[in-house]
Design a protein around this ligand. Structure first.
Ligand code: GAP
Length: 447
């Protein structure tokens, strides 16, 4: 496992100095991510996920769910409400503590996070800044038609509290005993002072969080365990080891609820930055909600008659931010047959399409067979069906969005009952009988 080296420098110079811009352009051009409300000039760093983006983001979330819930017998899922009672945020400490230090530049009137700018306005260079003041990041709204104190509600700034307030519901209904976890994937909202770097920091984003409830004396062991598990997840899905590290928080950096936190960091084009925080949240949240609600949020161990409040180890990742990291690390440009191509070397589990079925020509003779091949493959893979332009152009287009396999149906296919399967990374082409094609592709995708 890569531990923090202390410096903030890239191990090697970036291959594409303007990589973020290239990804932003590709994302827009190919339907991954659009600026939101674009026809009205956009809306404050919000983004819409297009046809390919929605597929890829779902793949990121599914890969997380599979590893955190499906392949385990100690973690269950929930989907809690986004709109939530102020009592939750009073108890959790978010109403008092979930703030960033805000400063105004007296010269150009831009607003900044004081902890990110070293006392100099990044816009105009002035040092004439106001004193920092605490700015709460939660979005406040009103539930119902009357805007008064009694109807105040908040959009959740993290999914985690949904797991704490449902602790008893889950224990009672599933009979899980510590160590066990509750996982959730969903939208969170923070009124970030400076959203930036495309979907890296936005006001509306998706999180993938799991609260792992453990006996207090096992907390350190499980903290270590989850650091390793989570690093493995990113590596397994194709983030290179040289671009991933763990950074342990200094004590003055810890959140109000945590005694130990480490960030999984990715080497973004602007330097190392956070993908996920893994925290020992102690018994802070369960105790805080127990005190406020009057409910006993404890675990009762029948075999020993012991009652205790579990500690919580929390791996908390961002789905949208992680999708950006996968795009950045998959991007490449190379030359194939004397022609330049852009290629996303995405893991097949993350690629929007796993297979593209391409009839060599739009002529009527090929279409029925091509559609038949598509029908055979759709149950085993997410497929695109592309009939436009030359076959070379179509290969390039599929490479650019990371489709691992292209299946070409040509005139020989009518005679020999076989198709050409082309590999995105090696560009190697092999002839495969249509009978058995679905198994062949499913096998390649499982590898
Ligand atoms: N429950 C703990 C928690 O929310 P966090 O470190 O504030 O911890 C977890 O958030 C992850 O959520 C971050 O590591 C990041 O990937 C993602 N995230 C947080 N704020 C974000 C934002 N404004 N835009 C995109 N992703 C964000």
């Amino acid at each position: 496992m890569t531990e923090q080296t202390g410096d903030n420098a890239a191990p090697e110079g970036p291959r594409y100095p303007d990589l973020v811009e290239r990804i932003v352009n590709l994302a827009k051009r190919r339907g991954f991510i659009f600026p939101s409300a674009e026809i009205y000039g956009g809306f404050r760093s919000t983004y819409d996920y297009g046809p390919l983006g929605v597929l890829m983001l779902r793949n990121v979330k599914d890969a997380w769910w599979r590893s955190m819930v499906q392949l385990r017998d100690d973690v269950v899922g929930i989907d809690a409400a986004i709109l939530s009672s102020p009592k939750i945020w009073e108890a959790s400490g978010h109403l008092d503590n979930f703030t960033d230090p805000l400063v105004d530049c007296r010269n150009c009137h831009e607003r900044w996070r004081a902890d990110k700018i070293d006392g100099v306005c990044p816009n105009c260079g002035s040092k004439d800044l106001t004193e920092p003041r605490a700015f709460n990041l939660m979005f406040k709204t009103f539930a119902g038609p009357v805007e008064e104190d009694a109807t105040v509600a908040y959009l959740r700034p993290e999914t985690a509290q949904g797991m704490f307030v449902n602790f008893l519901n889950v224990v009672t209904t599933t009979r899980k005993k510590p160590p066990f976890g509750i996982a959730q994937v969903g939208k969170s909202f923070r009124n970030e002072i400076t959203p930036q770097n495309f979907v890296f920091r936005t006001r509306e984003f998706e999180q993938m969080e799991m609260e792992y409830f453990v006996p207090p004396d096992e907390a350190d062991t499980w903290f270590q365990y989850w650091l390793e598990e989570r690093m493995r997840w990113y590596l397994d899905l194709g983030i290179p080891e040289s671009k991933l590290r763990l950074r342990h928080h200094e004590s003055d950096e810890l959140s109000h609820y945590s005694t130990a936190t480490a960030d999984v960091e990715f080497l973004f084009p602007w330097g190392w930055d956070e993908l996920e925080g893994i925290a020992n949240r102690t018994d802070f949240d369960l105790k805080a909600h127990a005190a406020k609600s009057g409910e006993k949020l404890e675990y009762f161990e029948q075999s020993t008659g012991e009652r205790y409040v579990p500690y919580v180890i929390e791996p908390a990742a961002g789905a949208t931010r992680t999708m950006m990291a996968f795009l950045l690390s998959a991007y490449d440009e190379d030359e194939v047959g004397g022609e330049n191509r852009t290629v996303l070397h995405l893991d097949p589990r993350l690629a929007p399409y796993q297979v593209a079925v391409l009839p060599l020509s739009k002529k009527d003779e090929l279409m029925p067979l091509a559609r038949q091949v598509l029908g055979l493959l759709q149950p085993v893979a997410v497929c695109d069906f592309d009939t436009t332009q030359s076959i070379g152009r179509r290969y390039r287009r599929q490479d650019e969005v990371g489709t691992p396999y292209c299946v070409t149906v040509d005139f020989d296919s009518l005679q020999d009952g076989a198709v050409t399967v082309r590999d995105r990374d090696t560009t190697e082409q092999v002839r495969v009988p249509i009978e058995g094609l679905a198994e062949e592709i499913a096998g390649r995708l499982r590898r």
